[in-house]
Design a protein. Structure first.
Length: 492
């Protein structure tokens, strides 16, 4: 019995020393980050979380950068700290031949250090040096300040301005004239999420480099799907824009302009991504999402066209900012486009829009359709919350446009997908030949196709449909009948 107790005590002491030794290692997670990473999973199903953990536990890649990100995804999904993940970026930060990979790796080491009890000012200094080498002056300025422990972020805002001239006595509304022509070798900047990577859907093949993304690696859904249409029409250079710095003000996070002024709100769930790294009130986004996260690099890296999500105030402000500086912006997710109706700028902003080849160029937009001011347009609307709220995109647009001219609008509420028949049936009741709708599903597409096919006088304006597989075929099949919510409408 004494021997057993003695062995037990020795084992307990040895185990305690081992635990103490592990907990005292320098990579121990000592600090609670300013972001609640576990909160991201509160809006996801338990089954998805389990499947994601099972998948990434088996995932292998020869790229240490990817495997570092995999380790962080598992850390956040399992809520089990693993500060050894940081070591996978160290050799890349030191020796990689690609400047953008080095910048990201150095940035990750800098911003992830404090959570693991290994925060070092020199890591921010190294990231600042690399940012300067690849031309990111605004980022270098902030990183230098963090290296000196003297961060003083400057915050700003963007005031949206726009007006729609409607001549007295105008009888016609023309939608769909706005267009962007994209020539070969145009530099197209894109969000990372759903274009080059989609960690939530197990897509992590992109190497995070500064090289143009090979066309075959462009993801086949949402913004990636839309960019594929452009690439198929013209050989453009697609550059995913990663490594955006963010700063917190109050309870919100903001991304900067090209001069390092934080102007554009980034939605919290994107800051909660497992591949976002935060130190105090500052952070670095790998998997950028939304135009608001793209401005600085789009400007500094000379992007001529930018494609990303536009479904928030911060995103449309970023689009407006870029357009003022001559950069074209396309947001296939266009629920908030109503805030830009009548905008002015050297760049063109489009939401859902057709894409076609014209010679060696890709033309986006440029599909005008006429509507009489005396006729009724039946507009889809909803009061439902996520994920149905996007069905109000057309209603938001036309309520804004109605401030410029006396439109005859009939709003029809839906409370779920696949209720487009409510809109089409109401149009038939009113003998109206114009509708404004969202098309996301095959059922919605098939019903709209059948309705449009009855007569060439029937027309549809599509909203928040460009992310899905049905919008482009509708534009192609009905070029005289289907158009989009033009942000520069014309009255005559």
């Amino acid at each position: 019995m004494k021997r057993f107790v003695g062995g037990f005590l020795l084992g307990a002491i040895a185990g305690g020393l081992a635990v103490w030794g592990y907990l005292s290692r320098p990579h121990r997670a000592l600090a609670t980050p300013a972001v609640c990473y576990s909160c991201f999973w509160q809006t996801q199903s338990a089954a998805l979380r389990k499947d994601l953990i099972d998948f990434y536990q088996q995932y292998r890649s020869p790229d240490e950068f990817v495997m570092g990100d995999v380790a962080y995804i598992l850390w956040r999904a399992k809520d089990q700290p693993n500060c050894d993940a940081r070591e996978r970026y160290r050799a890349i930060a030191s020796d990689d031949s690609d400047g953008y990979r080095k910048f990201l790796a150095r940035g990750i080491l800098a911003f992830s250090g404090s959570e693991c009890g290994a925060g070092r000012p020199q890591d921010f200094g190294a990231a600042a040096e690399q940012a300067r080498m690849i031309g990111l002056a605004g980022e270098a300025k902030l990183l230098d300040a963090l290296a000196q422990n003297k961060p003083a972020p400057e915050f700003g805002d963007v005031e949206l301005q726009g007006s729609v001239p409607a001549p007295r006595g105008a009888k016609t509304l023309i939608l769909g004239e706005s267009r962007i022509e994209v020539a070969p070798d145009t530099r197209l900047g894109a969000q990372v999420d759903r274009v080059s990577r989609d960690w939530l859907s197990y897509q992590l093949k992109w190497d995070m480099s500064g090289a143009a993304l090979p066309p075959q690696q462009i993801i086949g859904w949402h913004e990636g799907r839309f960019i594929r249409y452009i690439v198929n029409a013209a050989p453009v250079e697609v550059h995913p824009l990663s490594g955006t710095l963010v700063a917190k003000k109050g309870e919100k996070w903001y991304a900067p302009d090209e001069n390092g002024v934080f102007r554009f709100e980034v939605l919290l769930d994107k800051v909660e991504y497992p591949t976002t790294h935060v130190a105090g009130q500052f952070g670095l986004l790998e998997d950028t999402h939304g135009i608001s996260a793209l401005v600085s690099q789009a400007m500094r890296r000379g992007m001529q066209v930018v494609v990303g999500c536009g479904d928030s105030d911060g995103k449309v402000k970023a689009a407006y900012y870029l357009a003022q500086r001559g950069v074209h912006v396309i947001m296939p997710g266009d629920r908030y486009d109503d805030e830009l109706v009548g905008y002015q700028g050297k760049g063109v902003i489009l939401g859902t829009a057709p894409v076609r080849a014209q010679g060696n160029k890709a033309v986006i937009g440029g599909q005008p359709v006429r509507f009489a001011l005396a006729e009724t347009i039946v507009v889809e609307d909803t009061k439902a919350i996520f994920p149905i709220q996007y069905y109000d995109a057309g209603a938001r647009y036309f309520r804004r446009l109605a401030k410029a001219a006396p439109l005859k609008l009939e709003f029809v509420n839906v409370d779920d997908q696949n209720q487009i028949a409510r809109v089409l049936d109401r149009a038939d009741e009113l003998r109206a030949t114009a509708v404004a709708v969202r098309v996301m599903t095959k059922e919605e597409n098939d019903r709209l196709v059948a309705w449009l096919s009855v007569a060439p006088q029937r027309r549809a304006i599509l909203f928040h449909s460009g992310l899905y597989e049905f919008a482009q075929p509708l534009f192609e099949k009905f070029p005289q009948q289907v158009t989009f919510g033009d942000l520069r409408p014309r009255f005559e």
